[in-house]
Design a protein around this ligand. Structure first.
Ligand SMILES: C[S@@+](CC[C@H](N)C(=O)[O-])C[C@H]1O[C@@H](n2cnc3c(N)ncnc32)[C@H](O)[C@@H]1O
Length: 301
């Protein structure tokens, strides 16, 4: 893993990344504005002894600087007033920007961090189709939907590679692809060693199939956000490069805000589509986050 990182980050940044991966991540919460305002929740938690700091990119998100209780055990948590979610994950729904009247699909939804956020941005209106292949993860998704008061969604336990069977075309699609989770080492140190290059190659095949299925389910002018909690180019730019080169009528588009650094356009001695510079990478050592990747793709009219 380290040898691969040195190839696209260089030695100094790789060392800084490895050091940052050893530092604990500040917990963060997303206020469920379907139920109460960010200010109301802030006041309630501060009265209980919490110290919260506004997240720059998310008006209803807070870093938890000091916690007087376990964040998952508060009455406010059980009432669905907030979701424990890292900042990088919060950005996915914000970038996709779903609207209340749209058909929106979350292809890999469980346990629902991003799905409940999509519903929040849709004002609990429109149609939100939530898919996950793993039956064992569906109860957690349903519990989170209930807790957060989401009523504009349906849950489908199926393989999203078969999306065309639903015969639905969507304005917005989120593909938070299954990945090695190499970006999550800060939260889970076991991820340093538990995946081999062969696992990355297997996942890349699935990621490409999922991406093709998602793009083919977009309406004309519709947008798909591909994201992973991995910084491995094989799971990100290389997946998109292959699929965009194969399918016609899709363009990688610029994300309106600059959150991270540009995606790679050359890696492992391979030149990639130039527009991949519009995709963005978040790194623990630069952005004090988990490692994350976003790429916004549009179906042309
Ligand atoms: C990165 S996790 C999703 C996390 C979720 N988006 C969230 O924010 O809470 C990836 C998910 O993809 C699901 N998955 C893997 N392969 C799939 C497939 N072929 N079709 C649908 N879901 C799949 C896994 O079960 C897992 O729940």
């Amino acid at each position: 893993m380290v040898q691969r990182y040195i190839q696209f980050l260089g030695l100094d940044d790789t060392v800084n990344l490895l050091k940052a991966n050893e530092k604990p991540l500040t917990p963060s919460i997303r206020v469920n504005t379907l139920k109460l305002s960010a200010l109301d929740l802030k006041q309630r938690l501060e009265e209980k002894g919490f110290e919260l700091e506004q997240i720059e990119w998310v008006p209803y998100g807070f870093n938890v600087i000091r916690a007087s209780h376990n964040l998952g055990s508060l009455h406010e948590f059980l009432q669905g007033y907030y979701y424990l979610q890292n900042v990088a994950s919060m950005l996915s729904a914000i970038i996709l920007d779903p609207k209340p009247n749209e058909i929106v699909i979350d292809m890999c939804a469980a346990p629902g961090s991003k799905s409940t956020h999509l519903a929040q941005l849709m004002g609990n209106e429109g149609s939100l189709i939530l898919i996950d292949k793993n039956k064992n993860r569906i109860p957690a998704l349903e519990t989170n939907l209930r807790r957060m008061g989401i009523i504009n969604s349906i849950v489908l336990n199926m393989d999203a590679i078969d999306l065309s069977e639903l015969n639905i075309k969507a304005e917005k699609i989120l593909l938070d692809a299954p990945c090695t989770g190499e970006g999550l080492i800060r939260q889970d140190p076991s991820r340093k060693k538990n995946k081999k290059l062969r696992d990355i190659e297997k996942l890349a095949l699935i990621q490409k199939k999922l991406l093709k299925a998602g793009l083919n389910a977009l309406k004309e002018g519709g947008k798909l956000l591909y994201c992973t909690c991995s910084i491995a180019p094989e799971e990100n730019e290389l997946v998109i490069n292959d699929v965009i080169n194969e399918l016609k009528n899709f363009a990688i588009i610029e994300i309106s805000e600059k959150y991270g650094v540009n995606g790679l356009t050359e890696v492992f001695r391979t030149h990639l589509i130039e527009d991949l510079e519009f995709s963005q990478r978040l790194y623990p050592h630069i952005h004090n986050s988990i490692g994350f990747y976003f790429c916004l793709i549009k179906k042309l009219d």
